[in-house]
Ligand binder design. Structure first.
Ligand SMILES: [Zn+2]
Length: 435
């Protein structure tokens, strides 16, 4: 692999910004700042990063790629009605070919948003009667798309063993184990129970133990709405986070998505157990679910990341908009303009405190030479408050360019959009929805 040299950059490193160059060798960051001449190979490509910020590639901690085909349809419905009336029928009508296309579109959107890592909560698991395919076909479709994209993707294979669409616990465990065995360097798997109210205690415990065995994790929607908290409380006598803790699941291998309606005791538990919270502020606002207590969670030392959630409830995967919204809502919620500094927002959005020598080369280059960012007084503020997804000009993952000079490298964006327009017309008919 030839070296890549990025010159004239402003580079986000632990503790601040460093002006200079950045050298990538063998997929890793080999040097930052002034590059000693002896370290440079003759065979290299050089990229002038003037007027751009170089930062760790963003992390989209929670999305549903299948929902790229369902943007703009929420129509004022709250979460449970939105699921029953729109999302479940449309997902039920998707073939694996359509799902692969939807995933490619969603991954292309993440690349354009500067995200180098994506966690897809892969929800389509029901067998399709017309195609006589079993459940693995859908996850395999996303797996193919993920491998084509060149991104780091974790596919949290969704499941439920209670209620509508319930699967047999043995089938869930068998499929998960098979996918764990197929992981590549960049594409990984996780267990993705949909919600506490659609999963049995026993299967949660067994899938979590399996995920731990493969150094993976459980990724689950928890306490997105107040109604859901009541459902679990009535059934188990415990609030959802406390219930998961009583099962032994709340640990450093657990990712809690949303956590909008968590009380003080639950937040203390999340911090103590080292569970990660994935905060999805735009989605929570679009569906009228509420505002997560971000200030309190940060104060308690909970590990936090940001997720866009699926495009059906966002309605994009713009990770920069998501970052700004996290900051804005936290301030509006607490009437405190000092809550969530731009640097904290950047750290949540990148799951990192900066680029460092020796790390895998996952980074994005963001244009600051625009009418909405100029003049740049402060790089943190420019990135957290001014920049938009379309300002991400280049993305490198594992040392490979996935986007360069504003053009996608790994995926054919034009043909994905064209195929999408055709496929979605058929899908709407098949779902029988009067939209
Ligand atoms: Zn979600």
């Amino acid at each position: 692999m030839a070296d890549t040299l990025i010159t004239n950059a402003q580079i986000l490193v632990p503790g601040g910004w460093q002006a200079g160059d950045l050298l990538i060798q063998d997929g890793h960051i080999a040097a930052i700042g002034e590059i000693p001449p002896g370290t440079l190979n003759v065979e290299r490509s050089t990229f002038n990063a003037q007027c751009t910020a170089v930062l760790p590639a963003l992390v989209n901690g929670h999305t549903h790629l299948s929902q790229t085909f369902m943007r703009g349809l929420a129509g004022g419905r709250p979460l449970l009605r939105w699921l029953k009336e729109l999302i479940w029928p449309l997902q039920g009508a998707m073939s694996e070919e359509v799902l692969e296309l939807a995933a490619l579109l969603g991954l292309a959107e993440n690349i354009r948003s500067g995200a180098g890592t994506v966690v897809d909560h892969q929800k389509i698991t029901r067998p399709s009667a017309s195609l006589r395919t079993g459940t693995p076909a859908f996850t395999e479709a996303v797996f193919r798309a993920a491998k084509k994209s060149g991104l780091r993707v974790t596919i949290a294979r969704a499941w439920s063993d209670r209620g509508n669409g319930a699967e047999a616990p043995g089938a869930i465990l068998g499929e998960l184990e098979s996918f764990f065995g197929q992981e590549t360097e960049l594409v990984k798997f996780a267990s993705g129970p949909l919600t506490p109210w659609r999963a049995s205690a026993e299967t949660l415990q067994k899938t979590h133990a399996l995920a731990r065995q493969f150094d993976s994790f459980t990724h689950i929607h928890v306490s997105e709405t107040a109604e859901e908290v009541e459902m679990t409380r009535k059934e188990t006598g415990l609030r959802p986070v406390a219930w998961l803790d009583s099962l032994g699941i709340l640990d450093e291998h657990c990712q809690i998505v949303h956590a909008v309606w968590v009380d003080e005791d639950e937040m203390a538990l999340l911090a103590e157990r080292g569970a990660l919270v994935v905060h999805c502020p735009v989605s929570n606002a679009v569906l009228g679910s509420g505002i997560a207590p971000l200030k309190a969670m940060l104060q308690k030392g909970i590990s936090l990341r940001l997720g866009t959630d699926g495009p059906a409830s966002n309605d994009t995967q713009d990770c920069f908009e998501n970052m700004k919204t996290a900051l804005m809502l936290a301030r509006a919620f607490t009437l405190d303009a000092a809550v969530v500094s731009p640097r904290q927002a950047l750290e949540m959005a990148t799951a990192s405190n900066g680029l460092a020598v020796g790390q895998p080369a996952d980074l994005c280059l963001v244009n600051l030479d625009s009418v909405w960012s100029a003049p740049v007084h402060d790089l943190d503020s420019a990135l957290a408050l001014c920049v938009r997804a379309s300002d991400a000009q280049a993305l490198i993952v594992d040392g490979e360019w996935l986007m360069k000079d504003g053009k996608l490298v790994s995926l054919d964006e034009e043909s994905i959009i064209k195929e999408t327009q055709n496929a979605v017309k058929i899908l709407r008919k098949k779902a029988g929805l009067d939209l």
